[in-house]
Design a protein around this ligand. Structure first.
Ligand SMILES: [Zn+2]
Ligand SMILES: [Zn+2]
Length: 310
C-alpha cells in the first residue's frame, strides 16, 4: 500500500505546499482523500495516475474540496465514461453538487455523491474496507480509515513436502485455503499442520481537520499509519482549539494512546512553512519512549506502508 501526500498545507497553499490531498494506491485500487485546489496537477507531478473511482472528502472547507471542479472537468475533457463516487459527510450533498456543476452542466460521465456518517462502512472490497470515523471540526466532518482483512497464515512448504510428504500441486492451495487433503496413502492432512495463524492486515487512518477525538484514538489502535491534523505548534494551542484543529503535540498524544506505529503530521499552518521542524520536534517529544515515529509530511512524499509482521 502506497500513500502519496499531494497537499500538506492548512487553509491556503504556499510555494512548497498544496492544500490537503492524500492519494492511496492499494494493490492497484486508487483512492483520493480530500481534493484541495491544484490536486490534479499534483497527481500529474507525482505520477499517481488518474484512474480514480472513489474520492473521500472529510469536510467541505475550501482547502479540502476546491480541486474537485478542475479534476472533474479534466476527466470530462478526456472523455471519461467510468463513474466516480464522491463520499462526503452527511449534510454536504448540496455543496458537493454545486462543486460538481460549478459551470452549469454536470460532467458527461456519472458522478455519484454518497453521504456518509461516522461509523459507516463507506466502501467494501474483498480484502479491505474504508470506514468513516467521527472527527471534531467546525462543520460536518469525518475522517476515514482503510482497514485490511486478516491475511492467510504462512504456508510451510518445507514441512508439507519433506516432513508430511504432501506432493506439490493443487493440494497446497487447498490446504492454504483451509481445506483438509487426503493423500494417496489414506492419511488426511489438516490445514493447521502446514498453515500458520492468520496475519493481521494494515490500517491507515486519515483524520482531515480535527481536534483530538476518542473516536480517532480507537480507530487508530495499532494503526500502521495515522495521518493527523497538526496545524499548529504548542505556541498556538489556543488557536488550535478555537479553530477546530490540533497541535503537533495533540496529534502525537492521539498516536501514543492508540499505539499507532507511524504518525504523519499534516495540514501545517503557513506560520510554520519556513520552519516545519518545530512541528516534528514537538510530536517526537511525546513519542520519545514508545515505538512510534512521527514525521512532518511534505508534498510528493511517498510512504510504503509495511504489514505489521514485516
Ligand atoms: Zn483545512
Ligand atoms: Zn477545515
Amino acid at each position: 500500500m502506497r500513500v502519496t501526500f499531494l497537499g500538506t498545507s492548512g487553509a491556503v497553499p504556499t510555494t512548497q505546499r498544496n492544500p490537503s490531498a492524500v492519494f492511496v494506491n492499494r494493490e492497484g485500487d486508487d483512492m483520493l482523500f480530500d481534493c484541495g485546489e491544484g490536486t490534479q496537477r499534483q497527481m500529474m507531478h507525482y505520477g499517481t495516475g488518474f484512474s480514480l473511482e472513489h474520492i473521500f472528502i472529510t469536510h467541505t472547507h475550501g482547502d479540502h474540496v476546491l480541486g474537485l471542479p478542475g479534476l472533474l472537468e479534466t476527466w470530462d475533457f478526456n472523455d471519461r465514461e467510468q463513474p466516480v463516487t464522491i463520499h462526503a459527510p452527511i449534510g454536504t450533498r448540496s455543496q458537493i453538487k454545486r462543486l460538481v456543476e460549478v459551470l452549469g452542466d454536470p460532467p458527461a460521465y456519472p458522478v455519484c455523491i454518497d453521504q456518509v456518517s461516522a461509523g459507516d462502512v463507506v466502501l467494501e472490497r474483498s480484502a479491505y474496507e474504508v470506514r468513516a470515523v467521527a472527527t471534531d471540526h467546525r462543520c460536518a466532518a469525518v475522517g476515514y480509515t482503510i482497514v485490511e482483512d486478516d491475511r492467510k497464515g504462512r504456508f510451510d512448504r518445507e514441512k508439507a513436502e519433506e516432513e508430511l510428504g504432501v506432493p506439490p500441486g493443487p493440494a497446497y492451495s487447498r490446504l492454504h485455503e483451509g481445506q483438509p487433503v487426503e493423500l494417496d496413502d489414506g492419511r488426511v492432512i489438516e490445514p493447521e499442520q502446514v498453515v500458520g495463524p492468520a496475519r493481521p492486515g494494515r490500517t491507515v487512518v486519515y483524520t482531515g481537520d480535527t481536534r483530538p477525538t476518542d473516536a480517532v484514538i480507537s480507530a487508530s489502535e495499532d494503526a500502521d499509519l495515522l495521518i493527523h491534523d497538526a496545524t499548529f505548534a504548542e505556541d498556538r494551542a489556543e488557536r488550535a482549539q478555537a479553530t477546530g484543529h490540533s497541535t503537533a503535540r495533540e496529534a502525537a498524544t492521539v498516536a501514543r494512546e492508540a499505539g499507532a506505529k507511524q504518525l504523519a503530521l499534516t495540514h501545517l499552518s503557513t506560520r510554520y512553512a519556513g520552519n516545519p521542524a518545530i512541528i516534528g520536534e514537538e510530536a517526537s517529544d511525546v513519542l520519545a519512549d514508545v515505538p512510534s515515529a512521527a514525521f512532518v509530511a511534505r508534498d510528493g512524499q511517498e510512504i510504503q506502508v509495511p504489514y505489521p509482521d514485516e
